[in-house]
Each structure stands twice: as structure tokens, then as C-alpha cells.
Design a protein. Sequence first.
Length: 144
Amino acid sequence: MDIVHLLRAVSVEFGLRQAEFAARNGMHPTDVRALICLLDAARADEPATAGLLGTRLGLNSAGTTAVIDRLERLGHVSRTRDPHDRRRVLLQIEPGALRLGHTFFDPLITDLLAVISSFAPPEQSTIRHFLTSARTAFTPEPHR
């Protein structure tokens, strides 16, 4: 149980940093989670749609629209037509939002990377396996 409690503590701390970033930048914590989802979609080369965002955040259509509208009003996200399917709207993070995130989170990421690099490659592999498996354990059944 010690590892479970430590994982929960790390999760709480990460959530607190996200909430701090949100508060400093006039956002709701869900807005930060939405930006993270959009960054993950871009990294995975997935089309970022409102449907994808709503599913990943566990929001209904109205809640998803409210998040997107807030992020668009703040200049963090833009909506564009999919060049391959003009009926579909894609979401894109604006460069200013990326800069804002880098300013706040880069020092934390740098510290975390230093911790990770202190582990030997086989230990890093074990950590990666654990975190991947933990994420799967927390993922609701339909999404597995």
C-alpha cells in the first residue's frame, strides 16, 4: 500500500500544480486538463475534435462546448475546419498557450527529468511498465 499512497500523493501534487497554473491564468482546472488532452492528441497525431475532448474529459456535449468556448475566449485554442472533411471542426492549441505552459511547467519537468535520469535504464523500464499498468487499471472498461 505504500506505493499506492505515494502514487496518490504524486497525483495530488500534480493536480495542485495544475490548479495553481489555472488560477494564475484565469482558467478552470478542467481547462488545463483540456489543454493537456489536446497536447496528448497532437503528440499522438490524432485529430483533436470536441468529441475526442469530451470523451477524454468525461464531459457531456454542453460541458465540452463550455470548456472550448472558455479556452477560445482566452486565446488558448482555435477552431478550424478539417481540410479533409469540411464538416468536422478541429481544435488547435495556440502558440501563446504553449508559451504560457512552458513558462510554468518547464522548471517542474526539468526537475522530474533529473529524477528520472538518476535511475538506470532497466529501472526506468520498470517505472514505465508500472505507470502504464497503473494507468490501464484506472481507465474505465469501455476505453481499454
